[in-house]
Structures are given as structure tokens and as C-alpha cells.
Design a protein around this ligand. Structure first.
Ligand code: PMP
Length: 351
């Protein structure tokens, strides 16, 4: 700790991302990346952009990308905001929309970046417990609140909410901003984007990091009423008006345009998830029903930390959270067939 730190920095407990180690022949199932590569068309577009033009600033408004996303999702470009990964989009949403007199509500357990942003931006929050089976009851959010943020599917549980439940919540909470974080929606969830036309308090956040296999490019976006989006733009322009690199804008556009590749790869991940769940159950794991590209599982006879360590010794990386209630669980990203075989073989050796 430096004596020059501000009081704010002294108090911060930053988010701890999953490891990105360089271990040869590692089966990396710890950070929910896509096991397949990005669209070849996206790679070609990135390579084409990585030339002399990099001396020029990118389009600060990412107009072409926003137009492409607007067409894809059936909205207007003014309803689309883009940023460096959905983490940055979420940061701007927290700053622009979620600070009120009353607390921000989000589930306990959920994406652990939310309380980090709350502390950074001085936002009061209340974490609303999930039910016994790690389900999220929207009825728990029908009370006085400053704002609400829900990931759907939730992380790290992978459990999804039907769109109708989100719609019912929006109907009874018309006065508070509601953010739905859909980082994993393409793997089996129902997007809330169709609800935007009727609900000007709804912001939907998506990412290209998971279903589009572009985590390294850092592209996330939000869709909502144009007035909500304008608030995010104000925050962005008070922070960094060129948030997206030229290569990121070009690659993201090409990825959205290659829908055949996108559909094919996400179907492959969903099929592998079914197989992975079945194999884990065969080994005695209790596995939550997942609508994401990961599964959340525990073995009744083995501690989560011990299993994660034993897997790491066999060059298989999974995520273990030391948090209360979930310390016995492992979050395991869906891999390729070969990676799943390595995971299962390692577990057979350990159990
Ligand atoms: N939301 C959730 C629920 C996540 O799990 C993640 C990935 N860690 C993100 C948002 C952020 O993803 P990215 O910044 O790569 O778009």
C-alpha cells in the first residue's frame, strides 16, 4: 500500500479474474471462453484492419458496428451502445443508471463484479439471496429499489429465467432501471431484447466474448431505449471517447455478419454441454441445469477446493469460488470433445 493512495483506493476490493496461466497442453475450463476459434471472416477483417490505418483514431461512435448490431437485433442504431467488453459497458451502466437514493438490487450469488462497481461508484446495494436450489425469484425484486441488475442466465450457476418472468417484473417496476446482463444468453436463454420496445427502463447487455469466441477482442454492447443509451454515451465521453479499437470494430462487424458460423458453433457448445453434464452425473456429481457455456456442479463426497487442486495438477483448470454456500461447487466451462475427455479421465483418476 502506498501512502499516496486515495481513501477510495485503500478501501477497494477489486474483482479477481480467473487465471490465464501459460501451462503447456492445458485444458482451460476456468473462464468460460469459447473452445472454438472466432469466425474466420472476423479474423480476416481484423487482419485487414491491422495496417497503416492504425495510426488513425477509430470511429468514436463505432457507427458501422452499431448499425450492424441494430440490424441484427431489430432495433435502431441510437438504441445500441458498444464498449470494451461488457465489463466496461456494465461500468458505464452502473455510473449512468444505477446510482439512486435507494439500493441497487442483485442476486446473491451472482457475477462478483457488481459489488466491485458499487464500491467504486459509491452505489448502495442489497444482495438478494437465491432460493435453496440456486433459483432466482423475480418476486423478491418487487419492492422499493433504486435499480435492479440480473444476469440471465445467472453466473456462476448457469440457471436461466424465462422472458415472461422478466416482463412481469418490468411491468411492476416501471420506475426503476432494470439491467439484464445476457453474457451467456446465446447458449439456451431467452433474450429480453424484444421487451425493450415496451419498457423504456430496460437495458440489455450482451458480449462477444462467449458465444462469438472474441474474448480477446473485448467487445460488449447494450441495447435499450435511446434515452437510456444517451446516458451511457455521456459517461463514455467523460471517460474515454475512443473505447473500441479499429480492429475490434472491424472484427465484431464481420462476426455478426457470419451468422452461419455463429449458429453452428453455439449449437456445438450446447451439444457438448449435454454430454459433459451426463458424464459428470455418471461420476456422481450433482449438476445444476445450465443454459450457459459452463456447468455448476458439486460432488457430495469431495470438497470443491480439493477437486480443483487435483485437476490443476493434471493440467485441467476449472473455477472454484471460496465464497460461502458455493465453496463445494466447481464451475466448469464447456470444452471441445477432446477437452471433455481429458476432464473426465482426470476426474476418474481422482475420485
Ligand atoms: N457478465 C457476466 C455475467 C460475466 O460472467 C462476464 C464474464 N466474466 C461478463 C459480464 C464480462 O464479459 P466481457 O467483459 O468479456 O464482455
Amino acid at each position: 500500500m502506498s501512502r499516496y493512495w486515495s481513501a477510495l483506493v485503500r478501501e477497494l476490493k477489486p474483482y479477481v479474474p480467473g487465471e490465464q496461466p501459460r501451462i503447456p497442453d492445458l485444458v482451460k475450463l476456468n473462464t468460460n471462453e469459447n473452445p472454438y476459434g472466432p469466425s474466420p471472416r472476423a479474423l480476416a477483417a481484423i487482419a485487414a484492419e491491422a495496417g497503416d490505418d492504425l495510426r488513425l483514431y477509430p470511429d468514436p461512435e463505432a457507427t458501422a458496428l452499431r448499425e450492424t448490431l441494430a440490424r441484427y437485433h431489430g432495433v435502431r442504431p441510437e438504441q445500441v451502445f458498444v464498449g470494451n467488453g461488457s465489463d466496461e459497458v456494465l461500468a458505464h451502466a452502473f455510473a449512468a443508471l444505477l446510482k439512486h437514493e435507494r439500493p441497487l438490487l442483485f442476486p446473491d450469488i451472482t457475477y462478483s463484479f457488481y459489488p466491485v462497481y458499487c464500491r467504486l461508484f459509491g452505489i448502495g446495494f442489497e444482495a438478494v439471496p437465491l432460493d435453496e436450489g440456486f433459483g432466482l425469484r423475480t418476486a423478491d425484486y418487487v419492492r422499493q429499489a433504486g435499480a435492479i441488475i440480473l444476469p440471465n442466465p445467472n453466473a456462476p450457476t448457469g440457471v436461466a429465467l424465462p422472458r415472461a418472468e422478466i416482463e412481469a417484473l418490468l411491468r411492476v417496476q416501471p420506475d426503476v432501471p432494470v439491467v439484464i446482463d445476457e453474457a451467456y444468453v446465446d447458449f439456451g436463454g431467452e433474450s429480453a431484447i424484444p421487451l425493450i420496445a415496451k419498457h423504456p427502463n430496460l437495458l440489455v447487455v450482451q458480449t462477444m466474448s462467449k458465444s462469438r469466441a472474441l474474448a480477446g477482442l473485448r467487445v460488449g454492447y447494450a441495447i435499450g431505449d435511446a434515452a437510456l443509451i444517451e446516458g451511457l454515451v455521456r459517461v463514455k465521453d467523460s471517460f474515454n471517447s475512443y473505447p473500441l479499437a479499429r480492429t475490434s470494430q472491424a472484427g465484431a462487424i464481420a462476426s455478426v455478419e457470419d451468422d452461419a458460423y455463429f449458429q453452428d458453433r453455439r449449437a456445438a457448445v450446447i451439444a457438448s454441454r449435454t454430454r459433459m453434464e451426463a458424464e459428470l452425473r455418471r461420476l456422481g456429481f450433482e449438476v445444476l441445469p445450465s443454459a450457459a457455456n459452463f456447468v455448476f456442479a458439486r460432488h457430495p463426497e469431495h470438497e470443491g477446493a480439493t477437486l480443483a487442486k487435483a485437476l490443476r495438477e493434471r493440467a485441467v483448470l476449472v473455477r472454484h469460488f471460496a465464497a460461502p454456500r458455493i465453496s463445494d461447487h466447481l464451475r466448469i466451462t464447456v470444452g471441445t470433445d477432446r477437452q471433455i475427455n481429458r476432464l473426465i479421465a482426470a476426474l476418474e483418476e481422482i475420485l
